[in-house]
Ligand binder design. Structure first.
Ligand code: SF4
Ligand code: MG
Length: 331
């Protein structure tokens, strides 16, 4: 299958300005050589703690940012260097859903105006056709037709995210980058929104890049999962494989953090301590070494490459061969 999206060795290094000459001597290596692909209709979960570069990667893919290295191709076309003026056709195919719908929805506009905007920008349809499409979108995401004349602040968090989703699907895109779409919602609302997203995916053959900071959220929606740490992918596998046979110590600690229903199960927990180090001065060698319970001397000097450890399963750890299937399996 030809991937819908292919990202190769992508880099997004932001200059850090400091000092009286305001010369950039340092770079924030938010994304530092990421390769991944997404097939049509597939969900790739992208998981890591906050500050590891997930949102930056998502914003590069939708081309809100111009990457500083590597390449992105969509449906076989290179979109890495598209100029802002040439991005309009891309917006039809790639959309984004943001974590905080209140921030991403213009509070001075009615829901009707918000949903009509992408159609207007693309020059699609006449007034009555656009109005009909807006009603259809509200219906698809389960909001009443009278929502058109209301303002975002009149809705609950879950309803606002439905508006964000309606706007994202307005142009029938093929890929949606979902940046922590349920993280700001109550747990009871999260599953409703996730279910809606899964239904829409089936109905419209959407592909998702689903960004989350904890594995529990992506578990039921992802076909494959990529784990990101400090600007790089450290492990990737099909969801089932990742949960049952995680190799990378970072992935194992993320799995350990998922609450387990049965407290008597004999599970070897690998508790993660400390924060993600700064991407301006990442630790030498394996970036994870200061927090890794298994770190050895070579980990401090040599960065491990992402190696194949099983079918479609890659891990970047010097101990790949010593770390077999994960002791922890949350089923
Ligand atoms: Fe830990 Fe070393 Fe593997 Fe990095 S390479 S995850 S420090 S064991
Ligand atoms: Mg983020």
């Amino acid at each position: 299958m030809t991937p819908l999206l292919e990202v190769n060795d992508l880099k997004m290094h932001f200059p850090v300005r400091e000092g009286i000459f305001n010369r950039s001597r340092y770079f924030n290596r938010a994304v530092d050589g990421v390769s991944l692909h997404i097939n049509p209709g597939e969900t790739l979960g992208l998981v890591g703690e906050s500050g590891c570069g997930k949102s930056t990667l998502g914003r590069c893919i939708v081309r809100l940012y111009q990457p500083t290295g590597g390449s992105i191709s969509f449906d076989g076309s290179d979109i890495t260097h598209l100029r802002p003026g040439a991005l309009r056709p891309l917006r039809q195919n790639i959309q984004m859903i943001f974590q905080d719908p209140m921030e991403s929805l213009n509070s001075r506009h009615t829901v009707g105006e918000i949903l009509e905007e992408p159609l207007l920008v693309q020059g699609l349809g006449k007034g009555p056709e656009r109005a009909a499409r807006v009603r259809e979108l509200l219906n698809i995401v389960g909001l009443p037709a009278r929502s058109v004349s209301r303002y975002p602040f009149e809705f609950s968090g879950g309803q606002r995210q439905r508006i964000g989703i309606a706007r994202a699907i307005a142009l029938n895109p093929r890929l949606i980058v979902c940046d922590e779409p349920v993280s700001a919602l109550d747990v009871s609302i999260q599953s409703q929104v996730l279910n809606l997203m899964v239904d829409l995916q089936k109905e419209f053959n959407l592909a998702y890049l689903f960004i989350a900071h904890d594995l529990a959220v992506v578990k039921h929606v992802s076909d494959r999962i990529a784990i990101m740490y400090l600007g790089r992918i450290v492990e990737t596998a099909e969801s089932e494989t990742l949960y049952k046979e995680a190799r990378h110590p970072y992935t194992r600690s993320l799995i350990s953090a998922i609450p387990i229903p049965d407290p008597h199960r004999n599970v070897e927990r690998e508790i993660l301590t400390g924060d993600v180090p700064s991407p301006i001065a990442p630790p030498a060698g394996c970036h994870f070494h200061p927090r890794c319970p298994r770190a050895e001397e070579r980990c401090k000097v040599e960065y491990p490459s992402l190696e194949l450890v099983g079918e479609a399963h890659r891990s970047a750890c010097h101990l790949n061969n010593q770390l077999g299937a994960s002791a922890d399996s949350t089923g």
